[in-house]
Design a protein around this ligand. Structure first.
Ligand code: C2O
Length: 349
């Protein structure tokens, strides 16, 4: 019996969890599903297969938007029994973010926020989500877009999410934050009261701090080391996870739920809003950028690298994938379109 490292879920332990303090939720897959599921170890996509280019939402053309809209509407039409369905995709987030699974070798709940599991777990989620969307429209170059709220051109809710007749629209959002309202990357659930111009420069200063001056040490950016057996999570989120990640979640969510701000404002429901995915693509992109800026500091710790999770792929295979598998996004078959980040990179106070 050799020692294994890292955390992983006990798939047979799925149970109800708390969506927020006062709200039990049940996000588990159908109980008998595991019986006839074969688990396959992750393999990188063929390097010669076409690369997916994730583009900024404010630079998309109508043809792409129509394609994404079609893929998403097919996904939304699949039944709950299909792990590729939109509800099941959204529930993945609910499962791993509210602690629906126990850890493999203990009965502590497994939670992937507020620690070094934050970046890699969401990267995995998006990778499989993107592959599934592409396969639903028979396009293996399909890539998710990213919502570049870090640069001035991207600081409002992208237009495509405002179209009521598209699959991107979602009713549970704060209508007072609809365009032309400028996002507040430090949102505290109170309106900043800043005029648009000042809000933009405050946002750029936030970005500089979270990506550059406040994120020089790996742990400050990545979050605390979460090791097996620790009671659920270590509770030390990295700079970007706190803001803009959490703050943009809250800012988008519906103010008619004043504290939790569903759907985007709370873990169990966040991924029900289609804007969740471009929001997280931007987080994922910023992880790459941080590594470029600070000299690619890789965490060489088996408790991180060997932690693993399971995701269904587009062929309905249940894939076992390790943190160590997702460090190089190019190997996962996608790249980010470059946009000019000098507005925040030069926003040194
Ligand atoms: Cu798992 Cu944006 O949260």
């Amino acid at each position: 019996d050799h020692k294994t490292f890292g955390v992983s879920p006990n798939l047979t332990s799925c149970h109800a969890s708390l969506g927020r303090k006062d709200l039990p939720v049940y996000c588990c897959p159908p109980r008998n599903e595991l019986n006839d599921t074969v688990i396959v170890d992750f393999r990188f996509p063929n390097p010669s297969s076409p690369s997916r280019v994730r583009r900024a939402t404010h630079l998309l053309d109508d043809e792409y938007i129509a394609k994404y809209n079609k893929a998403l509407s097919i996904m939304k039409s699949l039944p709950y029994s299909d792990p590729r369905s939109y509800t099941r995709q959204a529930n993945l987030h609910c499962l791993f973010c509210t602690g629906s699974y126990d850890q493999k070798y203990s009965n502590f709940q497994l939670k992937i926020h507020r620690s070094w599991m934050f970046f890699p777990w969401h990267r995995m989620l998006l990778h499989f989500h993107e592959r599934i969307l592409g396969s639903l429209i028979g396009d293996d170059t399909f890539a998710l877009p990213f919502w570049a709220w870090d640069i001035p051109e991207g600081m409002t809710i992208p237009d495509m999410f405002m179209n009521k007749n598209s699959s991107f629209f979602h009713a549970e959002r704060d209508t007072s934050h609809f365009p032309p309202s400028v996002v507040d990357l430090d949102y505290t659930c109170k309106e900043s009261g800043l005029n648009p111009e000042d809000q933009v420069s405050t946002n750029l200063a936030t970005m500089y701090h979270q990506m550059v001056s406040g994120a020089k040490k790996t742990e400050l950016f990545m979050g605390c080391p979460y090791r097996p057996g620790e009671g659920g999570f270590c509770n030390g989120p990295g700079t970007i996870e706190l803001a803009p990640h959490n703050t943009v979640h809250k800012w988008v969510g519906n103010n008619l739920h004043p504290v939790s701000r569903e759907d985007m404002g709370v873990f169990y429901s966040a991924a029900r809003d289609p804007i969740f995915y471009p929001h997280h693509a931007n987080i994922d992109r910023l992880w790459n950028i941080w590594r470029e800026l600070h000299g690619d500091k890789i965490i060489n710790d088996p408790d991180w690298l060997d932690s693993y999770f399971y995701f269904y792929d587009e062929k309905l295979q249940l894939i076992r994938i390790k943190v160590g598998d997702v460090l190089d996004s190019t190997k996962l078959g996608y790249v980010y379109e470059e946009v000019d980040i000098s507005p925040w990179l030069n926003a040194r106070p």
